[in-house]
Each structure stands twice: as structure tokens, then as C-alpha cells.
Design a protein around this ligand. Sequence first.
Ligand code: URA
Length: 257
Amino acid sequence: MERLQKVIAHAGVASRRKAEQLILDGKVTVNNKIVKELGVKVGVRDKVEVEGIPLQQEKKVYFALHKPRGFISAVADDKNRNTVADFFDRIVPERVYPVGRLDYDTAGVLLMTNDGEFANLMMHPRGEIDKVYLARVKGIANQENLRPLTKGVSIDGYKTKPATVELVSVDKKNNSSLVRLTIHEGRYHQVKKMLDAVNLPVKKLRRERFGTIDVNGLAQGEFRPLTPHEVKTLMATANDPHHVAQRPQDLGKMRRY
Ligand code: URA
């Protein structure tokens, strides 16, 4: 079930804001009844009409984007910065939006979809979907200063869930280290704040994997459709973290960073 204004916007009839106005103006019917409240949710079987014209609900689409740095994870920006939706304009007819977000200066795997239920499922921490990040940090990391991350650290008055941490390499000359962190949560600036909490501030961040999905073989700014099997696996994992064994991390392969 999705909010009526979202369904109208996704069908390409109007922006979300205009869709809200159409509802408030009494121009939208659900199953032949005028709906004037904004909170109403509809499913795929509901008959929605806008000004008497039936809505064609979009087919659901799912993509993995290799997000470059310098793009915001949104479909529009009031400061007119580049957004991840720009890559899909004029190529993908459906209105896709990001599943969660990567920071403006973070690169890597970002799922894009027009399926709100899927997006919510992916973002719910209960789903325990692995999110694997590779961070270039300032300072010399070692087992000792990384250990608190495996137990949980305090960020913004909240204790993070235990993370899996791997020290990939240390660059003594440049006083920096490469750390791989696997987390299930997705709070705002979570990885940066976690590494700040152990005095290893992030200089550069990349998401290598979201669940079973990576962007190997895609250049920055390129995207590919997820296969039905990939979508099913992600949903099964989110619904029951123990249901599907996730692909083990490919530790041997280091990508350019
Ligand atoms: N954590 C962060 O700090 N930034 C991201 O972009 C993703 C996770």
C-alpha cells in the first residue's frame, strides 16, 4: 500500500505537491469515491482516477547505480545540485528514487526504484541487510582502536549495533588507513560518525555492497537493472535475515579507491 499522492506522482501525472493539491481539490477518486484526505493509502488493485482519467500504475523497476561523488541522493534539490535521478532522466521512463541515501561525497552502490514497499523494507534495520563500506581514514588504525566498533559506539546519544570491521591496509607515510566496515543500520552519516567516535575521521567513503548487490563492472554514473532473483533475494533477506545466506565478501579483490 502506498500513499495516494505518491501513487499519482509515480504514475507520472503530476509532482507529489501537485498530486496533493489535486486530492485536496476533490479531483481524485479511489474506487469511484472522491478522496480529499492526504493520508489515504491505496494498493495495486484500487482503481484510482484523476479528473475522471484512470491511472496506469507504473510497473515496478529496480536498479543498482554506481553513484559517483558530487551527487545528492534525492530526485530534486533546492540548491540545484546534481542528483542521482539525473542519470535516469530520458533513459528510464519510470520515476525512480534512491533507496536510502549515500552522502554527497560518498560513492558506490545505490539502489534506485519506484517501489515504495521495497524501499521501506530495504531501509528497515530489522532486515539486517549487510551494507559494506570501504573508508579511507585519517590516522593509523589497529585492532585496538577499531575494536569498539565491533561492540557498538555512541553516536548522537545512540549506541550502534556491533559492526564487522576489517583493517585493510595502513599507509604510515600519509598517516591514513583503509578500513572495511559492515553494518546493518543506516542512520544519517552513520559510518563517518562511527569512525569519528574512534578518532579515525573519514577522508573518503565508498559503499562496496548493499546486501548481495555490488556495482562491479559499472563505471561511475552507470546503472544496471536488478534481476528478479536479486530483488527476491533482497526481499527474502529483509523479511527474514536468516532465510538467505548472503554472498561472502570478496576480500581478495580490491577496487580502485
Ligand atoms: N555512512 C556515512 O557516513 N555516509 C554515507 O554516505 C553512508 C553511510
